[in-house]
Design a protein. Structure first.
Length: 305
């Protein structure tokens, strides 16, 4: 097993950390934004971080502790593909635990590997969330017509409320739905500097009922939803391919989206030309997960208030 020189991370390490993240993405896939200076800074340099350098001085392993947007304590880590299976991941886990105090941080993994899966399992970490990252190269975009009886409109001040209605109608019955207020959800959209309002669309029936929507940001399809009564008619597929065409006309060379790892919609996206490019996930200590379930009454059969 090779020995690394461990030291706290500083702002001067940003270029090396970006290279490490990109090497992991190239090998394992995952969220492409992980390879940006903004995300690397937030994960490794805002809070406490540690890096391991090999004999050439290259950072080949790193971990960081930070708080997410909700104030939740989080931990993340990366090990270069060429330096795996040498115990460095275990050292990162030990460091994160010793520097987390009484907190049991949420483990954030924007790129996943078999080594990481084995490491997390061996340390009693349970996967609580996972998404497949998918990419469309825009070389061939199928044509899917808008179902009869529907029309679509872009995101505007006068259609904003309809977007929220379609969002809630599409996802409100799913387990874990966050159930934001209309004001909260619209504020979340407004906070996205890369939102493309002209390419976001909401679908209306002839009577003006919102029954589906898509939101687009930069070269990402952020959310696609169809209310239950209109599923299986091609509306979701139409909204996706319409977005692909709009982004291609705007100069995009590829388009990304994330879909729940157990969501059957992945098959639809594959039929439309998307290809799997890795997994992003979240992990928690098993005891913390079970304690949370028990607090909500899900273990005893009680109905949460």
């Amino acid at each position: 097993m090779s020995t690394l020189e461990w030291s706290p991370l500083t702002a001067a390490d940003l270029p090396d950390l970006v290279e490490l993240a990109r090497a992991c993405l190239a090998h394992d896939g995952g969220l492409p934004l992980l390879g940006t200076e903004e995300l690397v800074t937030g994960f490794f340099l805002v809070g406490e971080g540690i890096g391991g350098r090999d004999e050439t001085g290259e950072i080949v392993a790193a971990a960081g502790l930070f708080d997410d947007d909700t104030g939740r304590a989080c931990a993340t880590g990366l090990v270069h593909p060429s330096a795996r299976r040498q115990g460095h991941g275990e050292q990162l886990v030990t460091w994160a635990r010793s520097h987390s105090g009484e907190h049991q941080p949420l483990v954030v993994a924007e790129t996943m590997s078999r080594e990481a899966e084995s490491l997390f399992a061996a340390n009693g970490l349970h996967r609580t969330f996972a998404e497949s990252v998918m990419r469309h190269r825009l070389k061939h975009i199928p044509r899917v017509p808008l179902p009869d009886g529907l029309r679509t409109e872009p995101f505007r001040e006068d259609t904003a409320s309809a977007f929220f209605t379609a969002y809630r109608g599409s996802f409100g019955d799913r387990p874990g739905f966050p159930d934001p207020s209309e004001a909260q959800w619209l504020q979340w959209l407004a906070s996205d500097a890369d939102l493309r309002p002209q390419d976001c669309r909401v679908a209306f029936t002839k009577t003006g009922e919102p029954v589906g929507f898509v939101t687009v940001s930069s070269d990402w399809i952020d959310e696609v939803g169809v209310v239950p009564a209109w599923r299986g008619r091609g509306l979701g597929a139409h909204l996706v391919v319409r977005s692909l065409s709009a982004l291609k006309r705007a100069g995009a060379r590829q388009v990304w989206l994330c879909v729940g790892a157990d969501n059957t919609s992945r098959c639809l996206y594959e039929r439309l030309g998307f290809r799997y490019k890795g997994t992003r996930a979240r992990y928690e200590k098993r005891s913390a997960v079970w304690q949370a379930l028990d607090t909500r009454g899900e273990l005893s059969g009680e109905t949460p208030a």
